[in-house]
Design a protein around this ligand. Structure first.
Ligand SMILES: *Cc1c(COP(=O)(O)O)cnc(C)c1O
Length: 387
């Protein structure tokens, strides 16, 4: 049996996989089992923020494996302390809870919001408003939070208390906010929903309503966080501070992590016995995260992300076959004129380029440290495929 046959024999068929076996990687290049190389414009899926096996990152992760790989969260570890300190400083938050994924980070945010409201106002104030076309994860609560009807099948009953309102519609938002609401949760750039950035006015109005009514504003920065948009957090583009921000995907450079960050008034809501995660804050993940946060917050790094984003956007906008470009920073959505996005992604594999889709768009989430030469090579392949 070859790898794909063996894989399909024993792994559940829950993804529409491409017929490629990725075996190794270096820098921004992935390599398959036949030694064919691919420029990775997807960072895995937004996870390998420093590319494949970055030297400093790999050294830190390997050293951690050889020191202590895991222990119970009933004990302290210095690497988790260091990472939490660094992450809180980089984001301006007071405290963090660590899980292993975006969905877990969002679960923590949802539980924190509901308990904060319960502690202060009692029962009946548990509604969480999320946006139509959002994506918040695959667990039952985060699926319930996800504002796309296609996800609301099969797994009934869903978790109660989630209301979906259209993005950027301030009137509808006002309509949705009643005295049962404890939180409003949003992505600044809807990722899976098609790389769509929220309007400034809408975000500011969410913040204003939350302040006025003691409602918790939750930002799902699982995809937008850790430098992806050219700022450490996408909220910085909007000049507001959410009460809670969740992060995951690129935060530890490709080892599993989730983080739920709180402002001081929400830091003591969860107490012993109310929340936990066996692997949350795992030392290996924290060691990887330490390197990512140090690198992304180093002088000039985010300016480079911004400059590369501008460079890619200019090139894409001038390309035959591109209808329009959306997104923020190195989170880019491309609407094609004639070609079908998933056909282009499949054809790109042949040519040695890894791309992603988001709804009907081609989506790019390149490693944050991609070089101009790699960008040029990848865009050259892309332009041939879409013209
Ligand atoms: C990927 C993603 C999630 C889910 O993260 P997992 O690690 O797959 O649980 C949640 N929210 C957003 C915005 C995402 O992009």
């Amino acid at each position: 049996m070859n790898t794909i046959e063996k894989f399909n024999n024993s792994v559940m068929h829950t993804y529409g996989r491409y017929d490629v076996v990725i075996d190794s990687g270096s820098g921004r290049m992935a390599e398959d089992e036949n030694n064919k190389t691919y420029i990775d414009f997807g960072s895995g899926i937004g996870t390998n923020s420093l590319g494949y096996c970055d030297e400093e990152w790999a050294d830190a992760v390997c050293a951690q494996v050889r020191s202590i790989q895991h222990t119970s969260n009933y004990y302290y570890t210095s690497v988790q302390a260091e990472f939490a300190d660094k992450l809180c400083k980089a984001t301006g938050y007071d405290k963090v809870f660590f899980g292993n994924s975006g969905a877990e980070a969002n679960e923590c945010a949802i539980k924190t919001a509901r308990k904060y409201s319960f502690d202060k106002y009692g029962k009946g104030r548990s509604t969480i408003i999320t946006l139509v076309n959002s994506f918040h994860g695959r667990t039952l609560a985060t699926l319930s939070a996800t504002g796309q009807d296609t996800f609301h099948n099969y797994f009934f009953p869903f978790v109660e208390g989630f209301v979906h309102t259209p993005a950027n519609d301030i009137a509808a938002l006002h309509e949705a906010v009643d005295d049962t609401v404890c939180a409003i949760m949003l992505e600044f750039v809807q990722g899976e929903g098609g790389v769509i950035k929220l309007d400034d006015d809408f975000v500011k109005e969410v913040r204003r309503i939350c302040d006025e009514k003691d409602i918790i504003m939750i930002a799902d920065e699982v995809q937008t966080g850790a430098g992806r948009t050219g700022k450490f957090l996408a909220s910085e583009h909007f000049g507001i501070k959410p009460d809670i921000t969740t992060m995951a995907k690129g935060l530890a450079g490709g080892v599993p992590i989730g983080a739920c960050l709180t402002l001081p008034q929400y830091s003591s809501v969860l107490v012993p016995g109310t929340h936990g995660s066996t692997f949350g804050g795992n030392p290996i993940a924290c060691a990887g995260g330490n390197v990512v946060v140090s690198r992304v917050t180093a002088e000039g790094f985010l300016d480079e992300v911004k400059a590369k984003s501008d460079y890619i956007n200019d090139k894409l906008s001038a390309m035959d076959g591109v209808e329009s470009v959306s997104g923020l920073g190195l989170m880019i959505g491309i609407t094609l004129k004639d070609k079908n996005a998933s056909d282009v992604v499949k054809a790109a594999l042949d040519k040695g380029l890894l791309l992603l889709t988001a709804k009907t768009k081609v989506r790019l989430l390149p490693p944050l440290n991609i070089t101009y030469e790699e960008i040029d090579k990848g865009l050259c392949i892309l332009s041939e495929l879409i013209k």
